[in-house]
Design a binder for this molecule. Structure first.
Ligand SMILES: *Cc1c(COP(=O)(O)O)cnc(C)c1O
Length: 398
């Protein structure tokens, strides 16, 4: 039992997945093939959005979003310090300024009141957008954020990397799935192996906005447009012929400065195959969360836990404990590799250099002193989970 390492998260690759990738590798296109479109359509349907754009990773998805929304030098964007750095970095890629607001210590999500107070204390027009994160898999109440964003004419990028399949219940009692585009302008997902759906590397942008969608398609591939109706150069120039009324088949235009952020066809094949098991994986994650919750309910050494929340997608199961370092090292000695999510982003040396310092976001910083993410992935067995629970118990009771 103690010999097999238990990580905090891991992918699950089945023989069905391998077969799907093998078929893609034997097909005509390794990149930009038909499996990308298929994966996009299936994913859009899964989250309930109109459009989906598959890209090379979640960070590329964030970068393209910032570009599509026109983030430029000096633009101020609000996000949470409790996230993977990419949520903030995408603003910096475009020369914008990241303003971190504090978290709600009960949900661990970006605190809307903290955001509101930033907005109220600055002249209107100071901020351009908000990037809330469905941290650990818990869906942000985007209905509330949309209302606030509309008041200040802000856009919203929902970082849903932790929450495919997650949802919140809106004021009408309707389930609103993460990334469905009903409230946020754009949402992003990651298919890094530790996330719910693995593509190796991979990402997805979802939206209900057609013009953003068209822009993202071009930005993903160098800013190239291939559509007779959208060309700006003359048909005579394109065909290098004085009298013609048709653009030649080879013609295309680079209309904006884009990137190569494409995903490959065989990664998309893996994504589609994984998506078939997404709901089963989600169900298992919720079961594991319930088990942790029950096990820790009356334990004095647990100061807080992710709990059992409707619509939570449980990318992570976070508990708050005393002597976190001691517990972390003790678990490692027993081959249990818990993780810390996150070192507050504003205190990374890069952001300190931009002026952020300890004490700026007291709730996120205090949370960081106690948080630890326990093993949480669909193939974690009951026996392994019990081993984790027992080891935690023995650490505090010996
Ligand atoms: C994983 C992750 C990203 C980045 O995704 P990559 O695919 O690794 O580039 C961004 N935001 C959050 C919250 C993440 O967890």
């Amino acid at each position: 039992m103690e010999t097999k390492a238990i990580p905090y998260g891991r992918q699950d690759i089945t023989s069905q997945d391998i077969e799907a990738v093998t078929l893609a590798l034997q097909a005509d296109y390794l990149t930009q093939g038909p499996r990308i479109n298929k994966f996009e359509e299936e994913f859009a349907q899964y989250v309930g959005s109109k459009y989906a754009v598959a890209v090379s990773n979640g960070t590329a998805a964030l970068h393209l979003n910032a570009l599509a929304l026109g983030v430029k030098k000096g633009d101020k964007v609000i996000t949470t310090p409790l996230t993977f750095a990419a949520s903030a970095n995408c603003v910096r890629y475009c020369g914008g300024e990241v303003v971190f607001a504090d978290i709600d210590p009960n949900t661990y999500l970006l605190d809307i009141n903290s955001v509101r107070s930033l907005l109220e204390n600055a002249p209107k027009g100071t901020y351009r957008g908000i990037i809330p994160v469905d941290f650990a898999g818990r869906a942000v109440d985007l209905e509330a954020f949309r209302k606030l964003a509309d008041e200040y004419e802000l856009w919203i990028i929902e970082d849903s990397c932790h929450s495919p399949g997650g949802f919140f219940v809106d004021s009408n009692g309707v389930k609103q799935h993460c990334g469905n585009g009903n409230f946020a302008d754009l949402a992003i997902f990651s298919f890094h192996p530790v996330k719910h759906i693995a593509c190796g590397e991979g990402g997805m942008i979802t939206t209900n906005d057609e013009s953003l969608y068209q822009k993202l398609l071009a930005l993903r591939t160098h800013g190239i447009v291939k559509d007779d109706d959208l060309y700006t150069n003359s048909v005579e120039f394109a065909s290098a012929k004085a009298s013609t009324d048709q653009y030649p088949a080879w013609y295309m235009e680079m209309q904006m400065l884009g990137y190569n952020y494409r995903i490959t066809d065989f990664q998309a094949a893996l994504g589609s195959s994984q998506l078939l098991r997404a709901d089963a994986g989600l169900e298992r994650r919720r079961e594991i969360a319930q088990n942790y919750y029950n096990a820790f309910l009356d334990k004095k050494y647990i100061n807080g836990q992710s709990g059992v929340v409707e619509g939570h997608a449980y990318h992570l199961y976070v508990v708050e404990v005393n002597d976190r370092l001691g517990l972390y090292n003790f678990l490692r000695e027993h081959s249990i590799y818990a993780q810390i999510h996150y070192i507050p982003c504003h205190l990374m040396p890069y952001y300190r250099e931009l002026g952020w310092k300890e004490g700026d976001l007291p709730l996120a910083e205090s949370y960081y002193t106690r948080c630890i993410s326990l093993p949480m992935f669909p193939t974690l067995t009951d026996k392994e989970q019990q081993f984790v629970i027992d080891k935690i118990d023995s650490f505090y009771n010996e």
